[in-house]
Design a protein around this ligand. Structure first.
Ligand SMILES: *Cc1c(COP(=O)(O)O)cnc(C)c1O
Length: 239
């Protein structure tokens, strides 16, 4: 077994244990393997070990990797998620190459993604990024603006609104992690209770990373984004 296959199994075991502790079903929490900074070869190893969903932060790096992985595994339908910041000049690449984007935080980006989504592809799945702990320099809409942006995304023809995403500041203590994750879950619940047109597929709470996935799952995350837990420590480089 490769190291990546082994680490994937460890992460799946952690997710399973966290679900059991929270009284949730393991199939209700999806694992997104965050492959940023790792070469296509690492994605191939994970894909061969059964991993299907992959997340990338840097758009050009992601586009290149998607092409390399598709060439190597033409018969395997992987699902690619953009989880990094999206500037206006990168929306076309995201719309043309990714299946999901978790980081929509303003109407202009949503409108461009919808307009640029190629006709031959299914609508782009979208999560709205919420700045859950409120730092002014952080990406994401303030919690009180999430619903308004959700309604904008819900009306766009080539987007499917799937849920919310948050990246809270790292907190070392489980209790602090849980409390901030629960505030994201509360906003998620408010919006999903609305039953408005365009909200039919609002089912995804993208929350939790390697260090805090247990707290995220306890709070109600439906998708954990795990990088180092699956691929090992990253060495950062200019991307
Ligand atoms: C890098 C990254 C992750 C994964 O982080 P790990 O701590 O390696 O699990 C998850 N989400 C986002 C948005 C990231 O940028």
């Amino acid at each position: 077994m490769t190291t990546i296959a082994h680490k994937l199994q460890e992460v799946r075991t952690r997710i399973g244990a966290a679900c059991e502790a929270a009284g949730r079903r393991p199939e209700d929490v999806q694992l997104l393997a965050v492959s940023k900074t790792f070469p296509a070869e690492c994605v191939l190893q994970a894909a061969r070990a059964g991993q299907r969903d992959f997340g990338e932060n840097y758009i050009q790096e992601g586009v290149d990797k998607i092409a390399a992985v598709r060439a190597a595994l033409p018969d395997q339908a992987l699902c690619w998620h953009c989880i990094g910041p999206v500037q206006s000049n990168k929306t076309r690449l995201v719309a043309e190459h990714f299946d999901w984007v978790h980081t929509v935080d303003r109407p202009k980006i949503a409108e461009r993604l919808s307009a640029q989504r190629p006709a031959g592809l299914a609508p782009l799945h979208v999560c709205i990024q919420v700045n859950i702990d409120g730092g002014p320099t952080k990406a994401g809409v303030p919690p009180e603006a999430a619903l308004e942006l959700a309604r904008v995304v819900a009306k766009l023809p080539r987007l499917t609104l799937r849920g919310l995403m948050a990246i809270p500041d790292h907190a070392p203590e489980y209790i602090a992690q849980l409390s901030i994750h629960k505030s994201a879950k509360a906003i998620f619940d408010q919006i999903s209770a609305l039953r408005e047109p365009g909200l039919e597929h609002f089912d995804t709470l993208s929350l939790g990373m390697t260090a805090d996935l247990e707290a995220a799952i306890a709070a109600g995350s439906t998708l954990v984004r795990v990088g180092s837990g699956v691929f090992g420590a990253r060495s950062y480089r200019a991307a």
